[in-house]
Write a protein that binds this ligand. Structure first.
Ligand SMILES: [Zn+2]
Ligand SMILES: [Zn+2]
Length: 326
């Protein structure tokens, strides 16, 4: 499934870095055999390199780390906490009200917050807004529940961080997530979305909190290994709505390509960010993406004179809402 293989051979393999004979990890894109300790060290250095290269963090930042209970966001929180212990950070968890799953994830992020000794902010969708993500099953968004969920999470994360006066939002999007999204944008010819997908999205509006993706250079597999070696609390169940989703199917397809073409993922991402995106920006740069304010909620949106995507979505739930009106 992955291009890298965790080796289980009985012949001891030497770690390229420290020469210890317990190199369990093989990273094919770097052609490196590493022991667990050196793998973790290298992973942390690569994240630090990404953060420095894109100037993602400054020492007076107040960072909200979006945590979900998954391997990526747990890895992100752990690495940021160990690399930047002087920077103010809080963990933010959005409880989407998915039966069994959300409670299980909450327990995992609570354990993570305790392990890192960080404050955890829990936002309950049902408690605050009066609906659960599963309610979209009954609306026009039923078949696209994962994309509705993405819109809800993006909006709320920004709003929570803005209300708390945070200066950055860090998310655990990794190389595979980015590749999957880009692949889809290429298929759709969605240039606007390509221009918005960046490792570091700066402030484009006073109510827009800048977003950073420090794990953008790590694969799913590397995050899984890192979280496993560090024994980070991570969920053991999948969301019932994401099973068999288009996003998952596209990821499987991309993994199949990577099996045939080693380095496919890294070269795709590198050519996009180093060659294609700068050219797109150079030719379209003068046409800056305009940001408006939503007439319903007042938050920033790319839609002119219309409710933002979040307000449009939640409006579809109106007939079912019993608790609080939106
Ligand atoms: Zn080593
Ligand atoms: Zn709105």
């Amino acid at each position: 499934m992955f291009e890298e293989i965790s080796q289980g051979s009985s012949m001891p393999i030497k770690c390229r870095r420290c020469k210890a004979e317990n190199a369990e990890v093989y990273l094919s894109h770097l052609n490196l055999n590493l022991c667990p300790e050196c793998f973790m060290l290298l992973t942390e250095r690569r994240v630090k390199h990404t953060i420095d290269a894109y100037k993602m963090l400054a020492k007076n930042d107040r960072v909200g780390i979006a945590v979900s209970g998954g391997k990526d966001s747990s890895t992100l929180a752990y690495i940021l906490n160990s690399l930047f212990d002087k920077i103010d950070m809080v963990l933010i968890y959005i409880d989407l009200g998915v039966p069994d799953y959300s409670k299980h994830c909450l327990e995992r992020v609570e354990a993570l917050a305790e392990m890192l000794d960080k404050e955890l902010i829990v936002y309950s969708l049902e408690g605050e807004m009066g609906f659960k993500i599963g309610d979209f099953k009954q609306t026009v968004y039923g078949r696209k529940i994962c994309s509705a969920c993405g819109t809800i999470k993006r909006y709320l994360l920004n709003k929570i961080a803005y209300d708390l006066g945070l200066t950055k939002i860090a998310t655990g999007h990794n190389l595979d997530d980015t590749l999957e999204a880009l692949f889809n944008f290429y298929l759709e010819g969605n240039v606007e979305a390509m221009l918005r997908l960046k490792p570091y999205l700066p402030r484009t509006h006073p109510k827009f909190v800048p977003k950073i993706k420090p794990l953008i250079g790590l694969t799913d597999f590397e995050c899984l290994l890192y979280a496993g070696y560090r024994k980070l609390p991570t969920r053991t169940v999948e969301c019932q709505f994401s099973r068999g989703s288009r996003m998952q199917r596209r990821k499987e397809l991309l993994n199949m390509i990577a099996e045939k073409i080693p380095n496919f993922k890294h070269s795709f991402i590198n050519s996009h960010f180093k060659r294609i995106l700068p050219n797109l920006e150079a030719s379209l740069g003068s046409r800056e993406i305009k940001i408006y304010e939503c007439p319903t909620c007042g938050m920033p949106t790319s839609l002119e004179g219309m409710p933002c995507h979040f307000c449009k979505l939640t409006k579809t739930l109106r007939p079912q809402l019993t608790q609080r009106s939106l």
